[in-house]
Design a protein around this ligand. Structure first.
Ligand code: 0O2
Length: 246
């Protein structure tokens, strides 16, 4: 192969990988905005943390071979849909569905498929909600729609999945049966913990709904982790102006 041709191929691969990096950047920005918007409006943060990654070329190749995908860039682009990946970790299961709904309503994000491994866990016990999305990436050469995967899970699901992932790596995807069984039991315990936490959360919400905010709380406003105080006079002025308009 000519040196020039190799150089051209390398450029093509760099561009290929770059598009996924941009897709991840677009997604994380969208998610950060959702998170802050939710926090302002509901005074509650449903997202614990967000991580992201672009699959390594080695891992892309392994997956393409495993899925018997033709080894060309267009074919890999179309068939390996989790090269760009974002993971959203929440505290509660209901938050997962809430975030999923919010993402599905987002303009400029096309949700192609929703894989609900919470309602239907994988046989090994894996639970998470996966959204397979198309993200428009804007470059000087035009817009390209890039496949990406958003995984949404609770802290407990994430704990289980990262341990299982480590064990798979350690045992080269052949985890001994006794450990497989223990992981399965642990996955059931995780599911139970998640539903217990959800119940407690509902009770706290009910308590809050029945106990009105104090004037003091109503005067607080949080923006980007910074607290502002709304002067009582200002609030009253706005209330009056609102009343006059009706
Ligand atoms: P990595 O290292 O995280 O990138 P399909 O499209 O149906 O042929 P695919 O692509 O495996 O199959 O889709 P799926 O089931 O949605 O899984 C995509 C990703 O979800 C995986 O990517 C994992 O990150 C995660 N995942 C799925 N199943 C499991 C599981 O049993 N255990 C753990 N720990 N994670 C899981 P990769 O490329 O497999 O791995």
């Amino acid at each position: 192969m000519h040196l020039q041709e190799l150089e051209r191929l390398k450029q093509e691969i760099v561009r290929f990988m770059m598009m996924y990096k941009f897709a991840v950047d677009e997604l994380t920005t969208k998610i950060e905005i959702l998170k802050q918007e939710f926090h302002f409006i509901h005074d509650y943060n449903p997202i614990e943390h967000v991580t992201s990654r672009v699959k390594s070329p080695e891992s892309i190749l392994q997956k393409a071979m495993r899925k018997k995908v033709e080894l060309t860039l267009p074919s890999i682009k179309e068939n390996i849909r989790d090269i760009a990946g974002v993971r959203i970790v929440c505290s509660f299961v209901s938050d997962i569905y809430r975030i999923s709904e919010m993402l599905q309503k987002q303009a400029g994000l096309h949700v192609e498929e929703c894989r609900d491994y919470i309602t239907n866990p994988k046989p090994n016990g894996y639970r998470s909600l996966h959204l397979i999305v198309k993200v428009p990436v804007f470059t000087s050469e035009g817009t390209e729609n890039v496949w990406a995967e958003i995984q949404i899970r609770t802290i407990a699901m994430d704990f289980w999945a990262s341990l299982e992932h480590k064990l798979n790596y350690k045992y080269n995807y052949e985890i001994p049966q006794p450990l497989v069984d223990e992981l399965r039991t642990a996955a059931d315990a995780v599911a139970q913990l998640d539903s217990k936490m959800e119940r407690i959360r509902r009770e706290v919400d009910n308590f809050k709904a029945n106990n009105h905010h104090t004037d003091f709380e109503l005067q607080e406003l949080w923006l980007n982790n910074q607290k502002f105080n709304l002067p009582a006079d200002f609030l009253h002025m706005l209330l009056e102006a609102n009343g006059n308009r009706k």
